[in-house]
Design a binder for this molecule. Structure first.
Ligand code: URA
Ligand code: SF4
Length: 219
């Protein structure tokens, strides 16, 4: 059965597949819209496709993707249960950083994906994803050093989300110390948050807090 949101979803994906809104379309082999179920509670958002992603048209399938998949397994989350995408949907030549203009041109696609999926949690991988998403959520971004591995809350595309930033798995592959930090962010913060949300613990606690608040304010 086609629902309104699945029609809208198909439209965003086909727009991305045919997009020429920024110069990155010129060198791409395949756009990489994202992968995973759209009725999920978690979105993982990286920076931009690399060489292998560009070849296959799928996100996080190269070495950084292998690390991401193993981090998810470590915290008991199936890769197939989360939606994985990037801030920018086409590969920047030579894996350079995307420019601010390219990010701005591509962002409406991600915002629409967030609006349709309505995730409860967004994990931002790397500083480009993090600063872009924090800004959208109305949160002040300082630096990865001071903001990684902490749970923030904001509204993106009208959706209230918990948002956690951490280091990019590609950076962690080059810097073993960052890999330890990334692993700890996944095990101590991201894993706990997701498992609490999936077990209904967070909602239950929030509901109880609200009830208590109602109790005190109605006195
Ligand atoms: N790095 C990213 O940021 N995204 C990918 O999809 C792959 C590598
Ligand atoms: Fe379009 Fe985004 Fe690809 Fe640029 S990166 S061509 S805006 S889909």
């Amino acid at each position: 059965m086609y629902t309104l949101s699945s029609l809208e979803w198909d439209r965003v994906i086909s727009e991305i597949m045919n997009c020429r809104k920024c110069p990155l379309y010129k060198n791409r082999k395949n756009p990489v819209p994202g992968e995973g179920p759209i009725n999920t509670d978690i979105m993982i958002i990286g920076e931009a496709p690399g060489a292998k992603e560009d070849e296959e048209g799928r996100p996080f399938v190269g070495p950084a993707g292998k690390l991401l998949t193993s981090l998810l397994e470590k915290i008991g989350i199936k890769r197939s249960s989360v939606y994985i995408t990037n801030i920018v949907k086409c590969r920047p030549p030579g894996n350079r950083d995307p420019t601010d203009e390219e990010i701005a041109a591509c962002l409406p696609y991600l915002l629409k994906q967030i609006e349709i999926i309505k995730p409860k949690v967004i994990i931002a991988l790397g500083r480009h994803a993090a600063r872009t998403l924090f800004k959208q959520a109305g949160l002040h971004w300082r630096s990865m050093g001071s903001m990684h591995g902490k749970v923030f809350e904001g509204v993106i595309s009208g959706v209230r989300v918990k948002i956690v930033a951490t280091y990019h798995p590609a950076a962690a592959l080059y810097h073993p110390k960052l890999k330890d930090v990334l692993e700890r962010d996944f095990t101590d913060v991201i894993g706990r948050l997701i498992n609490n949300i999936r077990s209904g613990f967070v909602e239950e606690r929030e509901r109880r807090q609200k009830t208590l608040l109602d109790f005190f304010t109605s006195k």
